[in-house]
Design a protein around this ligand. Structure first.
Ligand SMILES: Cc1cc2nc3c(=O)[nH]c(=O)nc-3n(C[C@H](O)[C@H](O)[C@H](O)COP(=O)(O)O)c2cc1C
Length: 159
């Protein structure tokens, strides 16, 4: 059976918690999407940095080289909702390899905006991939999200 990659970006830890749970349930490999530059730990500053990068359609360089995607048919991609979509390093990630004919399972953590327009953005970047409707989890609910993850995967016949 082909393996699953769980790729995630997380600035303050919420999305990382969910990524680890996806990896555990799916027996997947984890990959952290991390920018080479460091985002501020001050909320207002990172909010401005993120806005600037979004408006500039930035593609921040990634710290870690991508794994070989040949091994993976299914890719979970997780991130915080930043300004209604994915943080820009996720755009870099999705443009750095060929996701054609793969299944992409998005999830995000958020504070009210849900998936935002991230699923459409993923589909635009990976036009030949099958992009599932994502799982959105509120930041305050990450510690008790395991059942939601299992239910979501069952609903999509992934487990
Ligand atoms: C730069 C920035 C922009 C954000 N924009 C949104 C947003 O548009 N909508 C929303 O619901 N939450 C927004 N949030 C809240 C985060 O999505 C939320 O806190 C998330 O759980 C953080 O995940 P992390 O701990 O994995 O970084 C934003 C947070 C930051 C830092």
């Amino acid at each position: 059976m082909s393996k699953t990659l769980v790729a995630y970006f997380s600035h303050s830890g919420n999305s990382q918690v969910i990524a680890k749970e996806f990896a555990e349930v799916l027996n997947g490999d984890l990959f952290e999407i991390k920018a080479r530059h460091v985002y501020s730990n001050h909320y207002n500053t990172v909010v401005e940095e993120a806005k600037r990068e979004l408006n500039a359609k930035a593609r921040p360089a990634l710290l870690h080289p991508l794994p070989d995607l040949k091994e993976y048919e299914t890719i979970v991609i997780g991130y915080p909702n930043w300004w209604g979509t994915m943080p820009m390093p996720c755009f870099t990630f999705l443009e750095s390899a060929d996701f054609s004919y793969k299944t992409i399972i998005p999830f995000c953590t958020h504070e009210g905006s849900g998936m935002g327009r991230s699923e459409q953005d993923i589909q635009s970047l990976c036009s030949l991939a099958q992009v599932l409707k994502g799982l959105a989890i509120r930041g305050s609910a990450v510690q008790k999200a395991q059942q939601s993850i299992v239910n979501y995967l069952k609903e999509n016949q992934l487990i």
